[in-house]
Ligand binder design. Structure first.
Ligand SMILES: NC(=O)c1ccc[n+]([C@@H]2O[C@H](COP(=O)([O-])OP(=O)(O)OC[C@H]3O[C@@H](n4cnc5c(N)ncnc54)[C@H](OP(=O)(O)O)[C@@H]3O)[C@@H](O)[C@H]2O)c1
Length: 334
């Protein structure tokens, strides 16, 4: 079974009928350097909506009728590529399918270990690595800095805050809902959390960060970013990781009106893609794995069972119906 893209959701919410279900069996004839892979687990990422729209031009373009792309972990069924054998676990760009043919060149071998798929798609995957490289290389947190994170209870934001605590920052997370906020402060050790659905972010940040924001990690954009830009400190670093508030909007959103604070505060605003740091991904994984072993960082995730639920599961990211990493279990390893 596979899900194919049926429509581009540009300027609107995702819908169940943006995909068509294809139950025909896959005809497999491998060219040199290819793998026939059984999909085990898939990552849910807000970027997948952008991939359906060919937004930004940074990812491989999609066509209507293509299998819906998704990062995932699979198990090799058949290989014509040196270094890959049946039974191996691989990670890379897979898709919403039970099995696929992929080029081995884009795949990474994964050590079999308990929870290999969950870990490698979460903390040691794109979410953890995005948090690690964006914060350490662009946010450059210093002990005593005030770090504010939007989308703080999500897959990336929850790791950013934990790395910020390791770096000695005062961490303030902004998330939607009381239970998410409680999780951030009571279990992840954030110093404060602001429920943007119930509180005025502008006022609360003024109270909680009277000296201003040294590192602003933004996953959301829109008015929230604008309000926070008004509170940046001298020499602040504003890390633009995502902008989920704009992913469903039609047209171009207004720019942050407070952007000129970058001048008044001699600050820096910088975006990035995780792929910018591809050369160092192994280094990031080693560091995150060490923090995990030392109990200084935790991964929270939810695994939804069944490829048939993929369309409805991805939609949950856009209405805040996830805490930490959202994953789809497709099959158990053979
Ligand atoms: N630059 C990169 O290389 C890179 C890599 C990975 C991810 N990203 C970006 O990082 C961000 C976080 O990704 P993730 O995988 O960790 O997703 P996530 O935060 O786990 O899930 C999305 C969350 O966004 C919040 N949200 C949804 N719509 C919103 C809105 N209109 N206003 C405010 N908050 C909204 C919801 O939380 P609440 O309940 O708190 O609203 C939801 O749980 C995304 O923008 C993603 O595109 C960038």
């Amino acid at each position: 079974m596979r899900w194919r893209i049926a429509a581009r959701p540009t300027g609107r919410e995702l819908r169940a009928d943006d995909y068509t279900r294809d139950d025909s069996p896959l005809m497999v004839r491998l060219a040199d350097g290819e793998l026939h892979v059984r999909v085990l687990m898939l990552s849910c990422d807000p970027a997948q909506k952008g991939w359906m729209e060919n937004a930004g031009g940074y990812a491989a373009p999609t066509e209507i009728g293509d299998v819906m792309p998704a990062g995932g972990i699979g198990q090799v069924i058949e290989s014509t590529a040196a270094g890959f054998a049946p039974g191996d676990l691989v990670q890379g760009s897979l898709g919403w399918a039970n099995d696929l043919v992929v080029k081995a060149a884009g795949m990474r071998l994964v050590e079999p270990e308990p929870d290999a798929a969950r870990l490698n798609l979460g903390l040691l995957g794109s979410s953890g690595l995005t948090a690690y490289f964006g914060l350490t290389r662009i946010g450059v947190p210093q002990a005593g800095d005030t770090l504010v994170i939007t989308g703080a209870a999500g897959a990336v934001g929850s790791i950013v805050g934990q790395i910020g605590k390791i770096a000695g920052c005062r961490v303030i997370g902004i998330a939607g809902g009381e239970s998410k906020c409680r999780w951030l402060t009571e279990e992840l050790g954030f110093d404060h959390a602001i429920d943007y659905k119930a509180e005025k972010v502008k006022h609360r940040v003024r109270e909680l960060a009277p000296g201003g924001i040294d590192v602003l990690w933004d996953n959301v954009g829109g008015d929230m970013l604008d309000d926070l830009m008004a509170r940046i400190a001298h020499r602040a670093r504003v890390v633009i990781c995502g902008g989920i508030a704009r992913y469903q909007q039609r047209g171009r959103p207004p720019g942050p009106g407070n952007y000129f604070n970058i001048v008044f505060k001699s600050a820096r605003m910088e975006g990035f893609l995780l792929s910018d740091f591809a050369r160092d991904h192994d280094l990031g994984r080693d560091r995150l794995r060490r923090w995990l072993a030392e109990g200084r960082i935790v991964q929270r995730d939810e695994v939804v069972d069944g490829l048939d639920k993929a369309p409805e599961t991805l939609m949950r990211l856009f209405c805040g119906d996830n805490v930490g990493k959202l994953l789809i279990n497709v099959a158990e390893p053979a």
